[in-house]
Write a protein that binds this ligand. Sequence first.
Ligand SMILES: Nc1ncnc2c1ncn2[C@@H]1O[C@H](COP(=O)(O)OP(=O)(O)OP(=O)(O)O)[C@@H](O)[C@H]1O
Ligand SMILES: [Mg+2]
Length: 241
Amino acid sequence: MNNNGHLISMKNVTKVYKTGKIHVDALRGVDLDIGRGEFVAIIGPSGSGKSTLMNIMGCLDMPTTGEYHLDGRPVANMGIHQLSSIRNKKIGFIFQNFNLLAYATTFENVELPLIFAGKPGAYRKQRVMECLENVGLANWAEHKPTELSGGQMQRAAVARALANEPDIILADEPTGNLDSKSGGEIIDLFEQLNELGRSVVTITHDMNIAHRCHRIIRIMDGLIESEKHNGNGRDKNLTQD
Ligand SMILES: Nc1ncnc2c1ncn2[C@@H]1O[C@H](COP(=O)(O)OP(=O)(O)OP(=O)(O)O)[C@@H](O)[C@H]1O
Ligand SMILES: [Mg+2]
């Protein structure tokens, strides 16, 4: 194990998107370490590279150049099966638009990652209900997403992200489609998960949410522009959008 035990360790990571003759430098050399149990907000203007960075963190995309170690292992050397297994077992994803299957029940949505992980039926039933209880949706197991409010849909997505007990939760603007009360409930859940030892990294445009995280990283034009550790006075030129 290297990288001083960091869960996420990036060195000089770049990402260039090539569409036809157009090249976009979405990330231009990012160095970033995130340890176990951290609670991190990523902020920055639209188009600055936040989702690109998170997709690389979550092994949904690969850097163009640079190194990425996840839990001490170089992601570049992993095959496609190893990558999908890591995504399924180590990482819980939460997206702005919930990404729930519309024709499946809340129960079935949360069960899916457990099926992919090869868990037996009895365990799945018990684990799904445990996750739904954690997010206050035990009574909504048999309902379809269309019968849920936005806040409830996102809580179902949190339950799904937790199913395989991931080390890290990655959320891309999880409260972007929610009213402030429902958004607050999602951050309450993240806070609880973090207190139980999980790393949580969330992209947000909402400074009220960013300030509830313990560390705020600001991305600008594909680079980390500044960082702030909430509550311990280690500010490094943090400015708002
Ligand atoms: N698949 C893609 N193909 C080509 N260009 C892309 C792709 N994804 C992102 N980009 C470009 O890369 C840059 C960074 O995009 P990214 O989605 O990471 O920004 P962001 O900070 O998440 O923005 P937002 O706050 O609007 O979600 C932008 O210029 C964007 O247009
Ligand atoms: Mg984005």
